[in-house]
Design a protein around this ligand. Structure first.
Ligand code: NAD
Length: 498
């Protein structure tokens, strides 16, 4: 059986902790590999490699650092089919969706090809008598990234691309559920010219995360995953004096106004609710039709589409969605559907018990739809992270707006309407980080920043865009006076520009 280890100092390294986790094929339930779970010593070995390599990399001029990313992008495109298959095999999502996952990461690599411009400082000539003042951005040193299972291509690249382009060395601790792709990305970036030791991939679980959080040489930590762990990583990192940005779970609503183009809204909900089997932090999991008539029309159009979803393994190139990632995820999602029934929501389409011929042991859950869900129900409050859409009927626009406003999470939200006034009012008042107007999954492109509000995000700088350059660098401001021969006496008051 395949044994997945680590990638440290530019080389594959077998695990030495004696602890491993199992990697399954979600479509068949078969064990396909084991992955090493790193100990404190293995994290330390990666940090030592990073520490030795980082100063030279930081001193490499930014154009040369950018060239590594130009080449890396080329290699990602060249190997796209192989990478997508590697991803799908462990995650379960369709090949086209895996390509989307990788391409969204590739776009961040394209963005950081502009690092010579992005990391430029600021200069003020004559800030005082013969005084110039300038600010420069220097790498933080060693950064670490802890990533979730659902985007094993995109999210590692969200983190390591800007961190490395800024001159840092990086320790990536990917999800233990789909660890192969991150290691392959590290191999490819070495082939693109990155010096060994600048990107290290160390597999592991809580023990590895705790070792990262405690390591005195790691200056900044980026985390993406569920909210309880995001909160824990943020708090611990801050207590240990590290910079941290931690992104958590979500419950994304889509408001459907009575004037919306219903076919467009229904198609949007199908893709955003059931694509990737609902295992996306920007999936729409709550539909909020405004008015009874809108709700009735919406449900009527959704039902046949959900019932005819094509569900299959990643090898079925016509499948709309695949299985869930693990048996635990399968049990959890089925349990939440049971809970919704107990709570009195109306289960209009029931995906429990879905079986695919020839894949009876796979972790498939059929598309499911609840109607008449209310805000007090667990299925409304909890992030289900499966192919389950809840309809919460709102009487009017204000009631609809109130739902995402009061929800614990604040990642993404969408409104479907033809009314520009309503859309503008919505975008302005809502307390959520990423807003779609007639766009169901409003994931910002690489040159803007990605991040939610409320319990979906801890820290103040987002992923990619200019925020990422700020996160992975420290500002230093220099005040210099030349010529140095100016003579004046000691000043005991604060100098001001009176
Ligand atoms: P998870 O929280 O279980 O795992 C995330 C990472 O934390 C993994 O690397 C894992 O090994 C590690 N981890 C797990 N338990 C830990 C513990 N007790 N202590 C320390 N580290 C631990 O998340 P997941 O199931 O892999 O991913 C799904 C979650 O991620 C969902 O909640 C989803 O909404 C969220 N997500 C959020 C975003 C975003 O940008 N906000 C993006 C993608 C996914």
């Amino acid at each position: 059986m395949q044994e997945i280890g680590h990638f440290i100092g530019g080389k594959h390294v077998a695990g030495t902790s004696g602890r491993t986790a199992i990697v399954y094929n979600p479509a068949t339930g078969e064990v396909q590999a084991t992955v090493a779970l790193a100990s404190v010593a293995e994290i330390r070995a990666a940090v030592e490699n990073a520490k030795a390599a980082q100063p030279k990399w930081a001193a490499t001029n930014p154009q040369r650092r950018a060239r590594v990313f130009f080449k890396f992008v080329e290699l990602l495109n060249k190997h796209m089919d192989e990478l997508a298959e590697m991803l799908s095999k462990e995650h379960g999502k369709t090949i086209e969706d895996s390509k989307g996952d990788i391409i969204r990461g590739l776009e961040v690599c394209e963005f950081v090809c502009g690092i010579p411009h992005l990391a430029k400082g600021e200069f003020t000539e004559g800030a005082g008598p013969a005084i110039d003042m300038y600010s420069i951005r220097q790498p933080v040193g060693i950064g670490a990234g802890i990533t979730p299972f659902n985007f094993p291509g995109m999210i590692p690249m969200w983190m390591f691309a800007p961190a490395i382009a800024c001159g840092n060395a990086f320790i990536l601790k990917p999800s233990e559920r789909d660890p192969s792709l991150p290691i392959r990305l590290a191999e490819l970036i070495i082939e693109a010219g990155l010096p060994a030791g600048i990107l290290n991939v160390v597999n592991g679980d809580k023990a590895a995360v705790d070792a990262i959080l405690a390591d005195p040489d790691i200056a900044a930590i980026s985390f993406v995953g569920s909210t309880p762990i995001a909160r824990y990583v943020y708090g611990t990192a801050a207590m240990n004096g590290k910079r941290a940005q931690c992104f958590g779970g979500a419950k994304n609503h889509m408001i459907i106004m009575p004037d919306a183009d219903m076919d467009q809204a229904v198609n949007a909900l199908m893709g955003a609710g059931y694509g990737s089997a609902g295992e996306r932090c920007m999936a729409i999991s709550v539909a909020v039709p405004v008015g009874e008539d809108t709700a009735n029309r919406l449900v009527e159009k959704l039902v046949p589409k959900i019932e005819s979803l094509r569900i299959g393994p990643y090898t079925d190139d016509k499948a709309d969605m695949g299985p869930l990632v693990t048996k635990d995820a399968y049990n959890r999602v089925n349990g939440l559907i049971d809970r919704g029934v107990e709570e009195g929501a109306k289960l209009v389409v029931d995906g429990r018990g879905f079986k695919l011929q020839g894949y009876e042991d796979g972790y498939f859950v059929g598309g499911s739809l609840f109607d008449h869900v209310t805000p007090s129900m667990d299925i409304y409050k909890t992030e289900i992270f499966g192919p389950v859409l809840s309809v919460v009927r709102a009487k009017n626009y204000e009631d609809a707006l109130d739902l995402p406003m009061k929800h614990e999470y604040g990642n993404g939200v969408a409104i479907y309407t033809r009314d520009g006034d309503a859309a503008r009012d919505f975008a302005s008042r809502i307390n959520i980080g990423m807003i779609g107007v007639n766009v169901p999954i409003p994931v910002p492109l690489a040159y803007h920043s990605f991040g939610g509000w409320k319990a979906s995000s801890f820290g103040d700088l987002n992923q990619h865009g200019t925020d990422s350059i700020k996160f992975w660098t420290r500002t230093k401001t220099i005040t210099a006076r030349w010529p140095s021969g100016i003579k004046d006496g000691a000043e005991f008051v604060m100098p001001t520009m009176k």
